[in-house]
Design a protein around this ligand. Structure first.
Ligand SMILES: [Zn+2]
Length: 412
């Protein structure tokens, strides 16, 4: 069967949704549960209703449109993404995935198919983490805790204000868990947000998993002293530890840890004056790896390096692992196979890759067969108004999503 989405209809939807919260420079500003985000949800649910899908909102503020199966006891195949954006973000991140899922559901329905699973197009709340991060998908997975809600990364007042606007209650967030036995899988189309597909001119990336993330606070202790009277060869200058660690860690990751990343996004020297040799240097170190083995290896290499650099400059290193790390999340083998076969059926070149960014699939993969397909991002730019993907790539991705959804729905 030559089943394809209606590309014109998808494009019209995409252009219309891009107007909601538009920033005038090609981007959108739709932080979770802002008026623009709520308007975007209402708008696409209206489009879904026009297509005969049933709107549904869960107690966590996730909004869905369902095409029910006639089969008794049918499970649910979730297909979707998110319509919230980072502040002043791009048009494609999330929105494309929701609209492609809607288009896939419409196309399957119009093809006159009768599927043994419900197809649920879902728009997850707060994927971007303006409030808490993966809020809706964690609630659905039952992994959201009262402690997390008490100290959300966007601050408690912002969460409370958003909940009030969206009509979401804390009790609802904590009671939105779905029974995994009722789920047949989760599929998502997303822009890559990195340069790999575009650089290699490959239209489809089948995601193998989402990288794990850990953070360390590394502090070098030296000796604050007079910047003019202390000879250069007699200083215990903590800034040298910070500098040497930063440069050498980069070399080590490039040389020994392909597929891994390291970021030192925060450095603080104290006392922090022009005329005082820094007595302490504090570094915020974050690193990511596709699997637990490499994550552990990278951590021990970084800790070993911290000691070596400390000895080199006469400094005492102190490393503290920070809470909130994310385990690497492998995606489902059947979902990966379905997406790969879908790309093959469309004669689209494809490659495998790992996602260096977090996604709702991280919440769902432990519960159900979760899969993601990426399309190229121009210059790897995202979370910015310049975020762009060629329309042809968007359509290709939507067709892969459609066919993989059909495959998973047909053999749940
Ligand atoms: Zn996204």
């Amino acid at each position: 069967m030559t089943l394809l989405i209606n590309a014109d209809r998808l494009r019209a939807d995409f252009e219309a949704l891009s107007q909601i919260g538009a920033t005038g420079d090609g981007g959108v500003d739709r932080p979770c549960w802002s008026p623009a985000h709520l308007e975007a949800q209402r708008w696409w649910l209206g489009r879904a209703a026009e297509a005969g899908l049933a709107p549904h909102t869960d107690p966590a503020g996730n909004v869905s449109a369902v095409w029910p199966s006639a089969q008794p006891g049918a499970r649910t195949l979730l297909v979707g993404s998110h319509t919230d954006s980072v502040p002043r973000g791009g048009r494609f991140d999330g929105a494309l995935g929701v609209l492609a899922a809607l288009e896939a559901a419409r196309s399957l329905r119009e093809a006159g198919l009768s599927l043994p699973v419900h197809i649920e197009v879902i728009d997850f709340a707060d994927e971007e983490g303006t409030l808490l991060g993966l809020l809706g998908s964690k609630a659905l997975a039952g992994t959201l805790t009262a402690a997390a809600l008490a100290a959300p990364r966007g601050g408690r007042p912002a969460l409370e204000a958003g909940m009030a606007r969206a009509g979401v209650a804390e009790a609802g967030l904590l009671a939105a868990r779905r029974d995994p036995a009722g789920l047949a899988g989760y599929l998502e189309l997303h822009i890559e947000q990195g340069p790999t597909l575009m650089r290699n001119a490959i239209p489809i990336g089948v995601v193998q998993g989402i990288v794990g993330i850990r953070s360390l606070r590394l502090t070098y202790h030296g000796q604050a002293n007079h910047a003019g009277t202390t000879p250069m060869d007699q200083r215990l200058d903590a800034s040298l530890g910070a500098a040497a660690f930063t440069l050498t860690a980069r070399e080590l990751v490039l040389r020994d840890f392909p597929g891994c990343t390291l970021n030192i996004g925060h450095v603080r020297l104290a006392p922090g004056a022009f005329n005082i040799i820094p007595g302490t240097a504090e570094l915020g170190v974050e690193f990511r790896a596709p699997d637990l083995g490499r994550l552990d290896d990278l951590q021990s290499v970084l800790l070993g390096l911290a000691d070596v650099v400390g000895r080199q400059f006469g400094l005492t290193p102190q490393a503290e692992a920070l809470a909130g790390d994310c385990a690497p999340t492998p995606l489902g083998a059947r979902a990966i196979a379905a997406l790969t076969a879908a790309a093959d059926s469309l004669a689209l070149r494809h490659t495998t890759l790992f996602s260096g960014a977090g996604h709702d699939a991280m919440s769902l993969a432990p519960l159900t067969e979760a899969g993601m397909v990426f399309i190229p991002s121009r210059a790897g730019v995202s979370h910015a108004p310049q975020e762009f993907s060629e329309w042809e790539d968007c359509v290709n991705g939507a067709n892969v999503l459609l066919r993989a959804a059909l495959a998973l729905a047909s053999a749940p």
